[in-house]
Design a protein around this ligand. Sequence first.
Ligand code: GDP
Ligand code: MG
Length: 441
Amino acid sequence: TLSDRLTSVLQNLRGKGRLSEADIDATAREIRVALLEADVALPVVRTFIAKVKERAKGAEVSQALNPAQQVVKIVNEELVGILGGETRRLNLAKNPPSVIMLAGLQGAGKTTLAGKLAKWLKGQGHTPILVACDLQRPNAVTQLQVVGQRAGVPVFAPEPGNGVGDPVDVARKGIEEARRAQHDIVVVDTAGRLGVDEEMMRQAADIRAAVQPDEVLFVVDAMIGQDAVNTATAFAEGVGFTGVVLTKLDGDARGGAALSVREVTGQPILFASNGEKLEDFDVFHPDRMASRILGMGDMLTLIEQAEQAFDADQAEAAAIKMGSGQLTLEDFLEQMLALRKMGPIANLLGMLPGAGQMKDQLANLDEKHLDRVQAIIRGMTPAERDDPKIINASRRLRIANGSGVRVSDVNDLVNRFFEARKMMSQMAGRFGLPGGGGKNT
Ligand code: GDP
Ligand code: MG
């Protein structure tokens, strides 16, 4: 996966003081392959890589971040930028009813989306009505009626039994009905085909021309991968659209389609669908999508927090010690205090990719326990903090009495410290901290 790839890329960068051109090129190559594997279209990957390289070369070397973290930050920022930065809101008409038309391939999730949108709009105080303009499939109208019932909104549909109706006609009448019954938003569901098809395009274009929607939303299945570019281009030319909705994000698609569609058509992604239920729906968040595509968990949040909370020199010195297995209890205490400033420690560690393997250790790290640890270390002499190996049985008893804990608590801490030192040394290698490398150092 991209996550694995990036992790190995970052490993290669570990320990470097600043980004060299060779570093950037090597990293860019890896990210390129990884994005292609995540189904991002080739031209989009090219543009993206060019931007990242450009910025990485011009970037000031950060005081707070190591080069590996800096690359992740740049990649992420560019990704969020392409995905649209801030989310755009729906364009609504000054004079209601506003018309929102849905277009896209069959199975993309238009009819389901109609229900989700209606429910969401209702929650915002609107009074939507759905209009059934998919007269292609026998049960398409019924499906919309079911969805409308669940959402608690009315559905305008052609009278049954008059043969196949004209979808353009139904769209017009639906809007008349909305005006008459004072619905402020009309959501027009349309027909799709399994593949891009001229007649379908013409029909959708005719509906658009007839009802002049305030928004035409292109609905696209995130699982469609590389095909997203061709489909989006065809719809952009054949019908035209003003916004995009990504569906089926509850699947395992990595979101490459989002990047492709956004970059190729220039239209913003407004909403995201992530399930079959009406509630499985949200406005689109470019930052969340970026971390999904990168597969970096919340490492990005961690980077932000690290930038804020750490004094760079101190952090670097500690990182070198951590990575080289020379950490003392004094450092441990200092680091712990710095980390605790950043929030609950289990959350913090949980943000690191690969932290899943440390779940058991994380579960034992409650805040009260940390208070105790702090008290114990404060009860030690500087010599003991510096070289915990000298803490023998009589010293343990003295420390326990001095800090108001049991001897077994002191034993526990000392043992855990040695374990933690070993673990940090391994982690430093994995996350590219300077001085890292575990067994190498
Ligand atoms: P349409 O042909 O574009 O109208 O697509 P439908 O709304 O009929 O959806 C096709 C299928 O995809 C249905 O089985 C939906 O339940 C399902 N579906 C729609 N949106 C989502 C989604 O976000 N996640 C999942 N898992 N399924 C979805
Ligand atoms: Mg449908």
